[in-house]
Design a protein around this ligand. Structure first.
Ligand code: TNX
Length: 776
C-alpha cells in the first residue's frame, strides 16, 4: 500500500467537526461532487428499503440499465435485492416507496437530469438514459457515505434528503486516460477505474494500449504481438539520470488483454455510460510492436521492447507498404472491439531520424511530393484516417498531428500546452484539452521532497481546480470546437494500482468539476468543503487517495516567510528550530521574517490533530534574500515559484524541479536591487545538470555591479565546462572578492545552446535551470 504519510483518516476530521460532515446519518448539507447546476433542499427524507420498487419505461433497455444501477450500488452496503420493473405508462399518481425514471424532452441536454426526492417517492427525469444515469450518481451521494461500503451495513438507515436538483454538464467530453503500456493493470482494476470515473460523471475512458515498453491488446492476425511484444526483458529502477547510472530490475514484465477481456470491459463500461477510446500509437512509441515484427521498422531491427522511459528513435517505417497493411489489419480488429465513434492513433513524439536515413521513406516523400518528414508523418496519419473511416470511425491524435498538415477530419488532443488546441479550433477541428500543466496526473501534487516518485511537474489539487478549458484566445464560435477536457495518467513510475489511485485522487474530483460544473458555479472554498465529505466516501471505497492537499506550502515574499494551506478549515502550526511541529507549536497567522538561516517545519492541524505530513524548508538568510530583481527574459513554465525564485532563501534540490528558474535557449540575467550600496565578499549562483531531461549547465557565468542600475561594470567571468558534468547534479559558480560593494548586482548565465547528437533531445535547445543567488 502506498500510503506512507497518512496520519489521520478523514473519518477523524468528521468526528472532530461533525457539522462539516454528517450528523449521524443526516447530511447537514448536500455535498455533491461535481457541483450540480441547481439544488433546492426541503425538509424530510426518502427512505430506501428492501421493498422499494424502481420503474423504468418499457422497451428502453438503456433506461433499464440506468435504473438497475441503483441496485448495483445498493447491493453491497444494504444487502437489498432491489427490483426494477418496466411501466407502459407512468401513473398520474405515483405510488409510495418507488423510484420512477421518466423520459422528458424538456430536460436540458442529452446528459442533463432532474432529480426530485419526496418522502414518498423519487422521480428522475431526463431526456436520455445518460442523464438518468447521472441522476443515479447524484442520488448515490445523497445517501449516507456508508452507501459506498463494499461490506453490509445492517444498522444503517438509507435516507436521502428531500430536494430538487436540476443538472447538466458544461462539456460533452469528460475524459480520464490510463497508460497500460508502461505498467499493466489487470481487468478488475480497469473496471474499478471505470466505476470511479463514472461516479465523478466523466463519460470517456481513454485506454492507452500500446507503447514502446509493451503492446497490451490481443490482435489475432498478429500472434507475435502477444508472444513477443507484450513483454519487456526488465524495467528501469527509479529515475534514469544517464546511461552509466541506470539500474534495471532484471525481471521480465509482461501483460496484455485478450479480446474476450476487452469485450467484457467494453460491456462493463457501456452499463456505466462510459465510452472507451482505444489508443494504438503510431508512427512513434512503437518499439514493442517492432520487436515482434522488425520488418516494419526502417532498419529491419533487431528491436526489443524498451526497458526504460522516454522517446525512442525506432518508429514504424513510413516508406514500407507492409507497415500500412499491418496498421490497417490492426485497426480493423480494434474497430470491431470498440463500439464508440473514435479511435486514437497517438501521433506524438515521433523522432524523424530513421525516416531521414531511410531510402524507402525518402522515396515515398519524393513520390508523394512531401517536402519534409513532418509532411511524411501527416501522410501517415491521413492514411490511418482513411482506414478508420472505412470502419466508420473518427480519428483522434495528440497535437503533433498538426505538424505537416492536419488530417481533414481529425480531432486534436492538446497536451503540450494549449496552443495546439487553439490552432486546431481555429482550423475548425474538434479539440479535447489536456494541457500538461493542469491535466497530467503523473505530475507531483505536493512537495517532491516528500511525495512518491513522479515524472516531474507540480500540479496541485488547487491548480487542477483552477483549470479553464476554453482558451481566452478563441472567439465564441471557435470555442464550440472545444469538446471538453481530460486528465492523463502516464504510468512510468506507477507500478501498482494503489499508486495510480494515489496520483488520480483527489485530483480527479477537481477535474470532474472542471468538466461538468458551470463555470460560474465553480468555487474553491465550496469545493474543498464538499471534498471533505466526498473523501469519506472514497475512504469507504478504499480508494488510496493522496492527502498532499493537506500539506503546508511555503511561500516567500520580500524577506518574509508565508505558509499556505489549501483548506481554510485547517490551522498551520510551525517551528523554526528544526523540531517537529505539534499542537502546542506556534500558529501561523501572518508572514514572518527570519533573522538568521533556519529550518522551518510546518504542518496542518484540525484541533490538536495533524492532518497531513510535515513540510520542511531550509531558509538561507543572506544579503540578497528577499531582494527584488528583474530579468531580460521571463520564465513561463519553470518560474521557480514566482518573483523571488532566485532570492527566496530556498535552494532548489535535485528532487525538486519546482524551486528552479528555468529558461530554454535564453540567458538568465537577474539584476538584483540590494536596496542600498552593500558590501559583500562572495556571490554564488547554482545551476542544475540533468541532461536526460534536457537540462544543461550554462556555458559561462559573469558577475557585474552597478551603482545606478544602468551602467554595469564586469567584475569577473567564468567559463563552465558544461559537457564534463554527468548524472544528476547541482553545479555552483562562486565569485570571491576581497571587498565588493554595490547597490545593484547582475549575473549573466549563458545558455548551453543546441543539445548535441546522441544525447536525449538532440537538436533541441537545452534548458538552463538556475537557483539562489547567495550574496555574503
Ligand atoms: C509525454 S503526453 C508523452 C508520454 C509520456 C508523458 C509523461 C504524450 C502524448 N506523450 O509518452 O508518458 O509525456 O508525462
Amino acid at each position: 500500500m502506498l500510503r506512507p504519510f497518512l496520519i489521520l483518516p478523514i473519518a477523524f476530521i468528521c468526528a472532530a467537526l461533525p457539522a462539516l460532515c454528517q450528523q449521524g446519518n443526516r447530511p447537514a448539507a448536500l455535498q455533491i461532487i461535481p457541483q450540480p447546476l441547481s439544488v433546492a433542499v426541503r425538509d424530510g427524507y426518502f427512505f430506501l428499503k428492501a421493498d422499494t420498487r424502481i420503474y423504468f419505461p418499457d422497451g428502453k433497455a438503456d433506461w433499464e440499465t440506468a435504473a438497475q444501477y441503483i441496485g448495483v450500488l445498493a447491493k453491497a452496503p444494504t444487502g437489498f435485492d432491489l427490483k426494477t420493473e418496466a411501466y407502459a405508462k407512468a401513473p398520474d399518481q405515483i405510488q409510495n416507496n418507488t423510484i420512477y425514471f421518466l423520459p422528458d424532452n424538456t430536460i436540458q441536454g442529452e446528459e442533463g437530469y432532474k432529480l426530485d426526492i419526496q418522502p414518498e417517492h423519487i422521480r428522475i427525469r431526463a431526456r436520455s438514459a445518460k442523464g438518468a444515469f447521472y441522476a443515479v450518481q447524484t442520488l448515490r451521494q445523497l445517501f449516507p457515505a456508508s452507501f459506498n461500503t463494499p461490506a453490509p451495513e445492517p444498522y444503517a438507515e438509507w435516507l436521502a434528503p428531500c430536494c430538487t436538483i436540476e443538472d447538466a454538464p458544461r462539456f460533452q467530453y469528460r475524459g480520464l486516460h490510463l497508460d497500460v503500456g508502461r505498467h499493466f493493470f489487470p481487468v478488475p482494476f480497469i473496471k474499478r477505474y471505470i466505476d470511479l470515473l463514472a461516479m465523478h460523471k466523466l463519460n470517456t475512458f481513454h485506454w492507452h494500449l500500446t507503447e514502446d515498453q509493451g503492446w497490451r491488446i490481443e490482435i489475432k492476425k498478429y500472434p507475435k504481438l502477444q508472444t513477443v511484444a507484450s513483454c519487456r526483458k526488465e524495467t528501469l529502477v527509479g529515475r534514469k539520470y544517464d546511461q552509466t547510472t541506470a539500474t534495471f530490475d532484471g525481471k521480465e514484465y509482461c501483460g496484455f488483454y485478450t479480446q474476450e477481456e476487452i469485450k467484457d470491459v467494453v460491456e462493463y463500461a457501456r452499463r456505466r455510460f462510459v465510452n472507451i477510446i482505444p489508443e494504438i500509437e503510431m508512427p512513434g512509441h512503437a518499439q514493442a510492436a517492432l520487436s515482434a515484427y522488425p520488418e516494419l521498422g526502417c532498419t529491419g531491427g533487431p528491436y526489443e521492447a524498451a526497458t526504460s522511459w522516454g522517446v525512442f528513435p525506432e518508429v514504424f517505417c513510413a516508406g514500407n507498404e507492409q507497415t500500412f497493411e499491418f496498421i490497417d489489419n490492426v485497426l480493423k480488429e480494434v474497430c470491431a472491439l470498440f463500439p464508440g465513434p473514435y479511435v486514437h492513433i497517438g501521433g506524438d513524439e515521433c523522432p524523424k531520424d530513421r525516416w531521414k536515413a531511410c531510402p524507402k521513406c525518402q522515396k515515398r516523400m519524393k513520390a508523394e511530393g512531401l517536402k519534409d518528414e513532418h509532411e511524411l508523418q501527416s501522410y501517415f496519419i491521413q492514411r490511418a484516417e482513411k482506414m478508420l473511416a472505412k470502419q466508420g470511425k473518427k480519428l483522434i491524435g495528440w497535437d503533433e498531428i498538426l505538424e505537416g498538415g492536419l488530417a481533414p477530419t481529425a480531432t486534436v488532443m492538446s497536451w503540450r500546452g494549449i496552443e495546439g488546441g487553439i490552432a486546431a479550433a481555429k482550423q475548425h477541428h474538434d479539440v479535447i484539452m489536456t494541457p500538461g500543466e493542469y491535466c497530467y496526473f503523473d505530475h507531483y501534487q505536493g512537495d517532491p521532497e516528500t511525495e512518491p516518485l513522479a515524472i516531474g511537474g507540480y500540479t496541485t489539487l488547487e491548480k487542477v481546480y483552477a483549470y479553464e478549458p476554453i482558451p481566452a484566445e478563441l472567439s465564441a464560435e471557435e470555442a464550440k470546437y472545444i469538446l471538453g477536457t481530460q486528465a492523463n495518467v502516464w504510468t512510468e513510475y506507477m507500478e501498482t494500482s494503489e499508486y495510480v489511485e494515489y496520483m488520480v485522487f483527489p485530483r480527479l474530483c477537481a477535474m470532474a468539476e472542471v468538466a461538468w460544473t458551470a463555470k460560474e458555479l465553480k468555487n474553491w472554498p465550496g469545493f474543498i468543503t464538499r471534498l471533505r465529505n466526498h473523501l469519506s466516501r472514497l475512504d469507504l471505497m478504499k480508494v488510496n487517495y493522496s492527502k498532499a492537499h493537506l500539506d503546508v506550502v511555503p511561500a516567500y515574499t520580500a524577506g518574509k516567510v508565508s505558509l499556505k494551506i489549501a483548506d481554510p478549515m485547517m490551522q498551520i502550526h510551525y517551528t523554526t528550530d528544526g523540531t517537529e511541529p505539534e499542537a502546542p507549536s506556534a500558529v501561523f497567522s501572518t508572514p514572518f521574517a527570519l533573522k538568521e538561516s533556519a529550518t522551518v517545519k510546518a504542518a496542518a492541524f484540525v484541533g490538536r490533530q495533524k492532518t497531513g505530513k510535515t513540510t520542511t524548508v531550509q531558509y538561507l538568510v543572506h544579503k540578497a534574500a528577499g531582494k527584488p530583481y528583474t530579468m531580460s527574459n521571463q520564465a513561463d513554465k519553470y518560474t521557480g515559484d514566482g518573483a523571488y525564485a532566485l532570492t527566496n532563501g530556498v535552494m532548489g534540490s535535485t528532487k525538486n524541479r519546482n524551486a528552479w528558474l528555468g529558461l530554454s535557449e535564453r540567458e538568465i540575467d537577474p539584476v538584483i536591487d540590494l536596496g542600498a550600496p552593500t558590501e559583500f565578499k562572495r556571490v554564488t549562483i547554482h545551476y542544475l545538470n540533468d541532461k536526460t531531461s534536457w537540462i544543461y549547465p550554462p556555458r559561462s557565468a559573469e558577475l557585474l555591479v552597478s551603482e545606478d542600475g544602468k551602467i554595469f561594470t564586469s567584475l569577473d567571468k567564468k567559463d563552465i565546462d558544461a559537457d564534463k558534468m554527468t548524472g544528476l547534479s547541482i553545479g555552483m559558480v562562486a565569485f570571491d572578492l576581497s571587498a565588493g560593494k554595490a547597490h545593484y548586482l547582475k549575473i549573466v548565465l549563458k545558455p548551453y545552446g543546441i543539445i548535441p547528437d546522441g544525447a536525449a533531445g538532440a537538436g533541441n535547445g537545452a534548458w538552463l535551470f538556475a537557483d539562489e543567488v547567495i550574496v555574503e
